[in-house]
Design a protein around this ligand. Sequence first.
Ligand code: PMP
Ligand code: GLN
Length: 383
Amino acid sequence: LNRRLAEFTTTIFAEMSALAVQTNSINLGQGFPDTDGPDQVRDAAVRALRAGHGNQYPPGPGIPELRRAVAEHQRRCYGLELDPDTEVLVTTGATEAIAASLLALLEPGDEVVALEPYYDSYAACIALAGARRVPVTLRPDGDSYVLDLDELRAAITPRTRLILLNTPHNPTGTVLTREELAAVAELAVERDLLVITDEVYEHLVYEGEHIPLVSFPGMRERTVSISSAGKTFSFTGWKVGWVTGSPELVAAVRAAKQFLTYVASGPFQYAVAEALALPDAYYTTLRADLQAKRDLLAAGLADAGFKVYRPAGTYFITTDIRPLGESDGFAFCRSLPERCGVVAIPNAVFYDHREEGEHFVRFAFCKRTDVLTEAVTRLKQLA
Ligand code: PMP
Ligand code: GLN
C-alpha cells in the first residue's frame, strides 16, 4: 500500500458491519435503511432492465433522462436553473462524485479546509490527490453542534484551494443555517476559493431547512454540488449520484470521473430519473417517518444514560458516552456487541484531532421501529 493510503486500511463501516454479522447484533453502525424505497421506483428499475435500457454502457455523463430529471428537481426544490447537458454529471454514488471532484480540482500540496468530524472518504480522497486536509472542528453547544466561523476564517491560508462542506452533516446531524452558509460563501468569494458541497442528506431535514450553498451570491461559478439517490430514495446499493455546477467545473470533474468508472448503474439511472419526479408528498412522508424514528431512538438513548445531541438532519444521532462512565468510543463500540448486541460507530475515526472526538459515538436511526425499540431495550442494560 502506498504512503498516501497507508493510514486508510479498512473503513470503519466495513469493520463494524462485519462485526454486526459475526455477533448477530443490531446494526446501528453503517447508515443504510433496512426497508427498501418505493415499489414504484424498484419496478422502474426492473422495467428498464427488461426493456434493455442501460444494460450496455450508457453515455459517460449519464443518461439524458436522468440529467434532465436532476435539473428539474433542482428547479422544483430550490428554484435553481441548470443546463442538463453541461451542468449535470451522473456519478457512481456521491462517493465517486467526491473522489472525482477532489482529484480533478486539487494540485499536490494544496490545502483543503473541511469540517471535522468529516465523512471518512474525504480524508482518503484528499490524500489520493496529494493534498492536505485542514480540519475545522464542529463543537457541541447545548444539545447540538456549531461551526465557529472565526476558526473557519483562520484556517484559510494562501495554499487553500477549496472548502469541502457537508450539510446536513454526517455524523453530527447539523444543518448549517442560512447565516452560517452566507458566511462560508462570503469567505469563498473574498479568498477566491472553490467549494465542494456534499448535500446527500438534502431531503432528510427535520428542523430548519436545507439551503444549497450554490444559491448564495457569487457561488454559482465556484461551487461543485454533490447529491445522490441512496438516502433520498432508500436504495443505497444502487450507487447513483450526481455533480452539478458551472460547465467549467462539471467538465473538470467529468475528466477525472471518466477514468474512475467511466459509467455505471445503467438500468438504475432510468429508475432514479423516475424517482426524482415523485410528488412532494413522497419527500414529506420520508421526512416524517425518519423524524419519528429519530425521536424514538433519541429518547431511548437518553433513557439509557447517553448524552444525546439532537440531529436536525441525516440518519444519525451522535452521543457522548461519558455519562455512562466511558471515555474511549473505539473500545466502547468494539465491546458493545458482546455487552448488549448493538453495533455503533466511534466518531473518533472522523477526526484528526482525536481528543475532540474520542468520547462520541454515532447511532443510525434509519431502521424499522421494532428494530429501534429492541435496540433501546438492549442499550438500557448498559446502565
Ligand atoms: N457523503 C456522505 C456525507 C455520506 O454519509 C455518504 C454515505 N452515505 C456518502 C457521501 C456516499 O454516498 P453514496 O452512497 O451515494 O456513494
Ligand atoms: N454513509 C454511510 C455512513 O456514514 C456509509 C457508507 C459506507 O459504508 N461507505 O454510515
